[in-house]
Design a protein around this ligand. Structure first.
Ligand SMILES: Nc1ncnc2c1ncn2[C@@H]1O[C@H](COP(=O)(O)OP(=O)(O)OP(=O)(O)O)[C@@H](O)[C@H]1O
Ligand SMILES: [Mg+2]
Length: 302
């Protein structure tokens, strides 16, 4: 089974649209897919799936009152199920660490070939942890500078979060904090510099960090493209992440702006993508192909 996470930092870039589209196409092509709305405080994947008032949601799982299998609703697409997001307005704080561990354990046990997590905006720990846990990491940005700026912040926070969990396991957190505080004196400017410094101090830490780091490969999707020259923004963002953060990143493709998409939401409960333009659905298909192809290529590496 593969767990996919769709995130990227800024709000409204199209994470829900892309996770919905990838889930639908995967289900149509190859079988059992469960889409999980993991956007705490902003759940709306049920609307994308054409389900107005889901009877129960992830909140019941977090409260220990239902299993994920019990919460997974059939959708109109054969093979695609949805675990609706926590819509309990009183509980938008996300998960504590026990709930998080339990969720991840149970996601792996779902009866599905693909589990796709639609993540919220921002860099909350829940979002970063879910993204880091996923086998396939998809980041959605738009060509606007604010979205790209938030994406860099997202990547930076992913690295910090990853580093901090390896440090905790190696009991090096306090040491690292002290070094970071005095970083100028150590010639440290970035997370990578800090990790290198610590690897010299502790080869065991170095090995564990390298192992985790190797899992951080991104598939970047540039959404809401209105003019062809905007594609350069996606290429630029990819190069910057590779150059400055040293995170392997591939541009999985771009998705056109669909000027009539908004009106699909007003047309009663139906699959939003059903009414989307051919170009948009075609783009989603290309993105899916590119991600699957790049994973296959990566797995074939010796
Ligand atoms: N390619 C596109 N063409 C036209 N409209 C789009 C496109 N992508 C997204 N939208 C619209 O932009 C809005 C935000 O999209 P979406 O809900 O997928 O973003 P999000 O990243 O999941 O937002 P949030 O951070 O709030 O979860 C929606 O109204 C959606 O229909
Ligand atoms: Mg969303």
């Amino acid at each position: 089974m593969l767990i996919w996470a769709v995130g990227g930092g800024k709000g409204g870039t199209g994470k829900s649209l892309v996770s919905n589209g990838l889930a639908i196409r995967l289900a149509e092509r190859s079988g059992r897919v469960t889409l999980v709305d993991a956007d705490f405080g902003g759940a709306n994947q049920h609307t994308y799936c054409g389900l107005r008032n889901p009877p129960a949601n992830l909140g019941r799982f977090l409260d220990g009152k239902a299993t994920l299998e019990e919460l997974a609703l059939e959708t109109r697409i054969p093979g695609l199920r949805l675990v609706p997001g926590n819509l309990n307005s009183a509980n938008t704080d996300g998960m504590n660490s026990a709930q998080k561990l339990k969720l991840f354990r149970h996601l792996r046990r779902l009866e599905a070939d693909h589990v796709i997590l639609d993540l919220g905006a921002g860099t909350q720990y829940d979002t970063l942890d879910a993204f880091l846990l996923a086998d396939v990491k998809v980041a959605v940005i738009t060509p606007e500078p604010l979205s790209i700026e938030n994406f860099y912040l997202f990547v930076k926070n992913l690295q910090f979060r990853q580093l901090s969990s390896v440090l905790a396991e190696a009991h090096l957190r306090d040491r690292a904090r002290a070094i970071w505080k005095d970083r100028a004196a150590h010639g440290i400017a970035t997370v990578q510099d800090l990790a290198r410094h610590l690897s010299d101090l502790s080869p065991a830490f170095g090995e564990a960090y390298a192992r985790e780091n190797a899992k951080l490969a991104l598939h970047l999707v540039l959404n809401d493209v209105r003019e062809f020259r905007q594609v350069d923004q996606g290429r630029g963002a990819r190069s910057a992440v590779v150059k400055f953060f040293r995170v392997p990143t591939e541009l999985a493709g771009f998705i056109h702006h669909d000027k009539d998409l908004w009106s699909q939401f007003a047309q009663g409960p139906s699959l939003v993508l059903k009414g989307a333009s051919f170009a948009l659905r075609n783009d989603l298909d290309s993105v899916l192909d590119a991600i699957l192809k790049s994973r296959a290529a990566r797995e074939a590496l010796p």
